[in-house]
Design a protein around this ligand. Structure first.
Ligand SMILES: [Zn+2]
Length: 228
């Protein structure tokens, strides 16, 4: 791709799709201690103003540019790494069991493809799988019952009770043929609810367990980290 095309991308910080970012800085060569050189660029999101840093691989080899020069927009480059990458941050949940993660990724993918009703189905499966993982899934009852149980049994904070309406919308979707399709913004809010809910349910306890095992280890001579 040409360097100038890099501007059109999804923002990994706020999730804005096909943002036209501003290239704030770029340099033909940043040299490491091992003398290896890479081009780098820094872009700003027009909505959230967070910066995205991109490590590039140079595909053009004309010699007239010096290492400190900015990268010309028409130059051919390839992306090696992006920080933060789209989806990496906005919807990432640590310590999430694989089967639940698969449903969540599916929901994000279909929502980005513009099919909110399909995203609702995936979100419902995500939340059902999360409830099942904690042993409170009630297959014959509405999804919102399982979620309420997770709250009442103290798996997640009470604050989620106030936004259970997002679960109700997702849980009812498709139950009756007269149901209205979920709007894109409904689906997006339900996705954000789900992500926060899963963080509370899996990431926080997972991080606390990692902290605890780190503490135990620092008691002896072993310094190995157990964070996965
Ligand atoms: Zn942004």
């Amino acid at each position: 791709m040409r360097f100038g095309e890099l501007r059109f991308r999804d923002c990994g910080a706020c999730g804005l799709r096909d943002a036209m970012m501003e290239i704030l800085w770029s340099r033909m060569s940043v040299k490491g201690a091992d003398l290896r050189e890479s081009p780098w660029a820094v872009l700003a999101c027009p909505r959230c103003a967070n910066l995205t840093t991109i490590k590039l691989v140079r595909m053009d080899t004309s010699p007239e540019l010096r290492p400190h020069d900015p990268i010309p927009l028409e130059w051919h480059v390839m992306i090696e790494r992006v920080f933060p990458d789209a989806e990496d941050t906005a919807y990432s949940v640590g310590h999430l069991p694989d089967d639940i993660g698969k449903h969540l990724k599916g929901a994000i993918r279909v929502l980005q493809a513009g099919v909110p009703s399909a995203a609702a189905v995936q979100l419902r499966r995500t939340l059902e799988a999360a409830a099942a993982a904690k042993g409170v899934n009630e297959p014959r009852k509405p999804l919102v019952h399982s979620i309420q149980k997770l709250i009442s049994e103290g798996y997640v904070t009470k604050d989620f009770e106030q936004v259970l309406s997002h679960v109700r919308k997702v849980g009812n979707m498709g139950a009756h043929h007269t149901d209205e399709d979920l709007s894109e913004s409904d689906a997006r809010r339900a996705l954000l609810f789900t992500v926060q809910f899963l963080r509370n349910l899996f990431e926080v306890p997972g991080e606390l367990m990692a902290l605890e095992s780190d503490g135990e280890e620092s008691g002896d001579s072993s310094k190995e980290s157990t964070v996965t």
